[in-house]
Design a protein around this ligand. Structure first.
Ligand code: COA
Length: 181
């Protein structure tokens, strides 16, 4: 998982110049997976030939309780296993896991030049709902993102039932106390 992360995130930006991101360590990844499991957020791993070939996970779209039914997700396949149909298995598994956990909408942000990811998401029922211009900077130029979305289960066709996720939504903060975004 670390190799996948390093390849796609840390090296996937081109020359970072003076910008030094904190390197992801095995312990950080373990902690992240543990926290996500505790909060019933799916974090799935695909295996091929006895190796970790990819992973996919979803986190809250926004922290405020009004957005509690919506997740945003990421999916990364190891470079040795790309374009071999693993994304086509892993993304539907993530969608099912999010739906089973009671979420109703999924959002993804995809680099506008990432044909593979755009095709994968469209094949899995996502629609392009937004175009974000020059929100990234990598390999020496500005990068646009496409926002994609799909409903889970009944989506917005009915009002949501009782909040099924174990972690209760945050309680209102009494006046005078600040709450981070
Ligand atoms: C994008 C990514 C998740 C796709 O997963 P994958 O396992 O490589 O893709 P699959 O083999 O399952 O193919 C999925 C679709 O993409 C197409 N595809 C795969 N690689 C492609 C490429 N290099 N160029 C164009 N289309 C491509 C496939 O033909 C397939 O489309 P189809 O179902 O219409 O035939 C994976 O390549 C990846 O991790 N890329 C780097 C990180 C990344 O971009 N993550 C997504 C961030 S939003």
């Amino acid at each position: 998982m670390l190799a996948i992360y390093r390849h796609h995130i840390q090296q996937g930006l081109g020359d970072l110049g003076a910008y030094e991101d904190q390197p992801m360590l095995a312990e950080d990844l373990k902690q992240r997976r543990k926290n996500m499991r505790k909060r019933r957020l799916p974090h799935l791993v695909a295996e091929a030939e006895g190796k970790v070939a990819g992973y996919a996970y979803a986190v809250p779209f926004r922290k405020r309780p009004a957005y509690r039914y919506t997740l945003k997700h990421s999916i990364y396949i190891h470079p040795d296993f790309q374009n071999a149909g693993i994304g086509r298995q892993l993304l539907p598994a993530l969608i099912d896991a999010c739906a089973q956990a009671g979420y109703l909408q999924m959002i993804g942000y995809i680099d506008a030049t990432n044909e593979a990811s755009l095709r994968l998401h469209e094949a899995c029922g996502f629609q392009r709902v937004g175009f974000l211009k020059s929100v990234g900077f990598k390999f020496g130029h500005w990068a646009d993102s496409v926002m994609v979305q799909r409903a889970l289960g009944q989506g917005d066709q009915a009002l949501p039932g009782p909040w099924p996720i174990l972690e209760a939504p945050a309680l209102p903060v009494p006046l005078g106390q600040s709450k981070p975004n």
